[in-house]
Design a protein around this ligand. Sequence first.
Ligand code: IDP
Ligand code: MG
Length: 146
Amino acid sequence: MQTTLVIIKPNGVQGGIIGEIIARYEKARLSIAALRIRNITREEADGFYAEHRGKGFFTELVDFMTSGPVVLLALRGEKAVEAVRQMNGATNPKNAQPGTIRFDFAPSMGENVVHSSDSPESAAREVAYWFKDSELVNYPAASHLL
Ligand code: IDP
Ligand code: MG
């Protein structure tokens, strides 16, 4: 079992597709270990995306991620890290496969609607970055949808 971190970015929140995105993860039999909607600070965005500091798009990325509320989501399931990366699609929506979230909803690379952890190591860091252990819950993911 793995736990991975997803962020629904400000355009996903303002576009009214929070429910649609979360429904896809539930249909994939992932359980929600933690869930919160809030604004994040520039300092939080900077620390979260530390690996990208100094890149040309970094300021644009921090500007975008702090432009409105985001949904922070920890998802749990078998091979959850890779499963969610696949469901989200390629970083550049122009390269994303049909049926992925970014293919369906993302207007551009900079505004690609969702973040997800890229490895089990990143996932551990990223879940802990936003959530305390005591905030994570456990329940069996649906075997069929009610
Ligand atoms: P990922 O979100 O698919 O893991 P990363 O390479 O980790 O992609 O980049 C983090 C985020 O930074 C991307 O989701 C995207 O929003 C933004 N980003 C990455 N590369 C570019 C770029 O070349 N131009 C604009 N934004 C970019
Ligand atoms: Mg990444």
